[in-house]
Ligand binder design. Structure first.
Ligand code: DQA
Length: 142
């Protein structure tokens, strides 16, 4: 089973970025944790991060026929991107939405998630552990 883990804008700056919200661990720390988790779950994980909406759409399209599941934190594009929602709908790959913080407990403008309606589950407010949970949700569907 292959899972593609996609991270959107500014998540490459984890560690530096608002550590009081997102923690002090870096994007590389996240990948190291997820590589371990993938090995424990017996799945193959691939990782992609971009600050660009179109690149995220391309990554989702590219997963068609190659990935069995997607874990995605679209970051700020969660709240704005119909293109990312449409891409997930188009490929029909089981997808889990993840957020490190809980956007529903923050500013009003973070309460909209376009992608949510195309996802089999949402994990939010659990820090990096949310990605692990998302991978487990996908792995358990095997
Ligand atoms: C986020 C929450 C979003 O509102 C924000 O724009 C992000 C990160 C999270 O992981 O908590 O960039 O998706």
């Amino acid at each position: 089973m292959k899972i593609l883990v996609i991270n959107g804008p500014n998540l490459n700056l984890l560690g530096l970025r608002e550590p009081e919200i997102y923690g002090k661990a870096t994007y590389e720390d996240l990948l190291a944790q997820l590589r371990k988790d993938a090995a424990e779950l017996g799945v193959e994980a691939e990782f992609f991060q971009s600050n660009h909406e179109g690149a995220l759409v391309d990554a989702i399209q590219g997963a068609y026929g190659t990935a069995d599941g997607i874990v995605i934190n679209p970051a700020a594009y969660t709240h704005t991107s119909i293109a990312i929602l449409d891409a997930v709908k188009a490929v029909g790959i089981p997808t889990v939405e993840v957020h490190i913080s809980d956007p529903d407990e923050r500013e009003e403008f973070r309460r909209v998630s376009y992608i949510r309606q195309a996802c089999i589950a949402t994990v939010k407010g659990k820090g990096f552990a949310g990605y692990t949970e998302a991978m487990r949700i996908l792995a358990e569907r095997r």
